[in-house]
Design a protein around this ligand. Sequence first.
Ligand code: HEM
Length: 511
Amino acid sequence: MAAAMLIGATIGILVAFLFGKVLYTVWWWPKMIEKKLEEEGIHGYPYKVLFGNLKEMMKMSKEAKKQPLLNHDIIPWVNPLLQQLSNTYKKIFVLWVGPTPRVTVTDPKLIREVLNRYNEFHKPEANAFIHLFVTGLASYDGEKWDSHRKILNPAFHVEKLKRMFPAFSVCCDEMINRWEELVGKTGSCELDVLDEFLNLGGDVISRAAFGSNIEEGRSIFLLQKEQCELILASPFTLFFPSLRFLPTASNRKAKYIHKKVISLVRGIIEKREDAVRRGESDDDDILGLLLKARNGENKSKAGRGSGLSTDDVIEECKEFYFAGQDTTTALLSWTMVVLSMHPEWQDKARNEVFQFIGKNKPKFDDLNQLKIINMIFQEVLRLYPAIFLIRSTSKNIKLGDMTIPAGVQVCVPTHLVHRDPEVWGEDALVFNPERFSEGVSKAAKDQMYFPFGWGPRMCIGLNFGMMEAKLILSQILQRFWFELSPSYTHAPLLTLIMRPQYGAQIIVHKL
Ligand code: HEM
């Protein structure tokens, strides 16, 4: 009897504790933060228990999407709530992603502060689902980030990229030859270029950065793609990561994929170790540098805290398979879509390729001559930037003359700032690569252009991604002209990466 009462009391205390914790997380804490933010002059939609503003966000977006999107003014269509808050509060406001406050900053001075003070406004702790992709360097802070960045930087130096160039070239040739076969005798065919570039990106990263064979790389990125689709199918899991513990079929599948990816990466590492032992491998690519650091061969470069474990190496490999592929895929897919919408720029780009490269195979140094293509990519990355930047506070931090409380996410909405008429002028929503003809400083007021991030945490793969993009686009322009397929629907989807929601169906014609 006494034992039963004891068990009953223990369960009662546990239930009360859990109830209290849930109440604190979904009601008391957000309300307290809301009040503090208001005292600092940071306003927004009121917090609603559990879902924050997610329901309004989805409702408004569903309403907006009843009309087709016909131009590059995507924010009122993709995220009308964000547009409304920005119109009302201008430079800083809060919106609630579930119980998490997201302070959104569009003021240039504040943006610079957030991105430069990267140790105070650090990377948010990746939620368990995001962690499946965004791991390694992109998610670390402090000493660990510093030492990993020092280990990896040399893999992206220009002379290393030059050495990787033949591997890039082989992958691009294979894709172009396949397109020629598909176009065949009829002279044209329809392709979903999103899939095409996803495959290309995976091949490039496998061969150039890991020296692994194409099949291994393809298995990894197909699994990661499937993982991404599983998460997108139930977007609430992004905001309520505890849902991953539910024994659902998709959670079981996500766990299975995660394990499989790790075992494939482990296999690539073991093969590389064998090749190094036989003296048959490039030990200065991404994987080579990571293994050297793990073996303690380049401690002086990495500095304190560089003790890499095999698990660290696996996390970095997973990250590069994801980061190195999806971002460049998005850039290339949007470029094909936009150049189909603006054929006059497609012609200008093609003329430039013929002027500097003719019908020859592009060489590494040729790519530096392609100024118009560079301007086109800059403009595509302005209107369709891959990623928006999110940081987090773990203590109260001064920002301008405000105090941002601990536990708040701070967001720099690249896609919004890249369309701000105060920064870009009256034609901010128009596709006009010409604005970059005299460089970024002349194109954007206050240098508010950051498709690759900002400062020390700027994208490590910038030159890698741009080399891949220039090489493949110049080869496409040499052989084909292209237009949108009637089956294409302009529908940018904003998740981790901005991509065309229903694919990028393009009709490719032989020149
Ligand atoms: C067009 C292509 C690309 C775009 C638009 C892009 C964009 C970005 C952006 C905006 C960031 C900063 C994120 C932040 O500060 O929160 C970033 C970081 C990063 N990117 Fe890229 N990226 C591209 C290609 C690549 C490639 C090809 C690789 C690898 C081969 C790569 C690897 C990384 C890594 C590892 C980071 C984290 C850097 C750090 O935190 O130190 N990216 N990228």
